[in-house]
Write a protein that binds this ligand. Sequence first.
Ligand code: NAD
Length: 262
Amino acid sequence: MGAFAGKSVVVTGGAKGIGRAISLGFVRAGAGVACADVDEAAGAEILRLAAGAEGRMIFVAADVSRSAACKALVERTVAAFGGVDIRCNNVGIQPTDSYLPAHELPEETWDRIIDVNLKSRFLMTKYCVPEMKKRGGGAIINTASVQGLQSALGVGPYAASKGGDLSLTRQLALEYAKDRIRVLAVNPGTIETPLVAEAAAAFGETVDSQRAKWGACHPLDRIGQPEEIADVVMFLASDKASFMTGSYVNVDGGLMAKGAWA
Ligand code: NAD
């Protein structure tokens, strides 16, 4: 039996990129997985990929920046798998038209990034925690970013949302420790996903044309793959990480170990 047999897992932004690797990792390890995403075509594709896995996957079309969608997502998960044990708050956006200094950024763009990247964490907490308490505990794993720790030019709302994600991770860990709900975050470095491909395209480039340059920023001299984040997420969600909460793990090829002088 897979390590997560009998567990119920919700993954937001679960149909592409890092979320897809997390959703597939859990379903192949025997879990019931509710994969939530706005991209219904990617949802149909991931259901095809999950067919034949030890666990079972449902796809829920949901914009998780919206309260009603989060409520419905949790209800669908409970109906399908009997509860919620593990919640992966993975969703995140960094629209290519948001690479601007703060005073030039449209207010709607700020609101959208904060709603998707940060408010979704609050909303999913609001609706999931009562279900996790009924199960006697669980784990919440947030996909934050190295940009929650260090910054770059032109990513104001994204960096703020990721700093907020790390702060909320600590806060929720304190609030729910007594309920045996552990709360942790991963901070990916550059990972080869559609988000990163879109960022390259915004500058007339491709991931392949940028691969060596971006790789060289990371001490391990390459960019990462979504499965390398999913493996750490699954470790943090497992009983092997039973004494970890309120903290984060950088999965960044050594990026955060470097100083500007390196
Ligand atoms: P991605 O764009 O490749 O995938 C994100 C998924 O979220 C997509 O399937 C998209 O359809 C979905 N989504 C977008 N808005 C949604 C919404 N409102 N409701 C539900 N689903 C929605 O992104 P990714 O690179 O896989 O990033 C996943 C997470 O990892 C994000 O939180 C991102 O900030 C973080 N991250 C990524 C990198 C990287 O280099 N790729 C680095 C650090 C952190």
